[in-house]
Design a protein around this ligand. Sequence first.
Ligand code: NCD
Ligand code: ZN
Length: 363
Amino acid sequence: MPTIRLPGLIDPHVHLREPGGTHKEDFESGTRAALAGGITTVLAMPNTQPPLIDSVSLVLAEDAAARHAVCDYGLYLGASGENIYTAKGLAPRCVGLKFYLDATFGPLHLKDLGTLRAHFARWPADRPIACHAEERTLAAVLMCAWLEQRRVHICHVSRRDEIELIRDAKMRGVNVTCEVCPHHLFLSTEDIPFLGAGRSEVRPRLALKNDQAALWANLDVIDCIATDHAPHLPAEKDGPNPPPGFPGLETSLALMLTAVNRGRLALEDVVRRMYDHPLRIFGLPEQPDTWIEVDPDATWTVRGADLHSRSGWTPFEGWTLRGRVERVTLRGREVYRSGAFNVEPGAGRNVAPGTQSTGEIHP
Ligand code: NCD
Ligand code: ZN
C-alpha cells in the first residue's frame, strides 16, 4: 500500500521517569517508543524523582535527556510552593509550567489557591501553563486564567462536564486550550472488568460511556491529542497499590487513524491535533526536515510484548488497529524504518527556547 507523509508528531504530555524511575522507563526507551509511534517531539512531565522544580533537578533531567533521548524533547517545570519566586528564571529552559491540582502519581500535588494564583501572576505571560485540573478545580483554574488575562492549557480532559465548561469558557473569550488522551476516547468504565482493577487505574480515571461520547461530540473543542504516556510495570499495576497510568506512545496515532478509517474524523483533524496545535500552543520550532511515513491501511494487532516502552504492557492488548508507521525522518536523517532503529542515544534535541542554540546542557 502507498504510504502517506505526515509531519513528525508532537506529544505534549509524556512521563519518561528519568531521573528516579528508570525501571519503568528512561529517556532512551521512552523516546524509542515515541519514534515507533510516529512521534518526533515529546514534552516530558516533571513528576520524576526528584521532581523537576529547581535548577539542580532540571540539570539532572537535561543531562539525562541530552545523553539518552533519540527524539526531540522538552521538559516541564513543576509548580510547587517552593518555587513561586524562582520558576520564572527557569522558564527559558522549559516548555511550560505544570500544575498538579488533583491527586495523582508522584510528589507534586499543589493544594492551595494562593500558590496557584501566585504562580499564575509570575510565570511569563508568553510561556505555557499546563494544568491537571478536574471537575471544580477546572473552574478554579479558568477563573485564575481569566483574572490574570493569560492563557492556560488543560491536560487530559475526560468528562462531559469538563469539556462543556471549556467549550463555554472558550466561547466567552477565556484563553484556554485543552488535550484529550486516546484512552479516554477509546475506553470507559465498561472496560474495567476486562482490564482488571489495577490495570485500569489512571488519572483522570476512566469515565462513563456518556463522558466518552461527550468527548467525541466536542472534538472541535479539543485542541490536542496527548498520550499522557505513564508507564508502570505490570507487576506494579497488578500489585496491592497499583499506580495510576497507561503507556500510550505506540498506540496513539494508530488508534486515531483507526477512527479516521471508521469515519469518526478526518485525517486533517488528527494532524491538527497531533502536530499543528501542539506546535502553536507550546511555541515549538517548525521542523520541515522532520516527517513520518505511514501506511494508513496496514492492520496490526497490539501486543504489549512487542512495544518499545519498558513498561511492557498496554491497555489495548489484542486490539487490531489500522495505520502503521513505516518510516521516521528526524531532522533529515532516517532514524526508524519498518520496526528497526538507526539512531544513537543523544540524537534528540531540547526544543525549549533557551536551549536551542547549542542543544547542549545548561548548568
Ligand atoms: C501519571 C503518572 O503515572 O505519572 N499517571 C496517570 O495516571 N496519568 C500522572 C499524571 O499524569 O497525573
Ligand atoms: Zn500525566
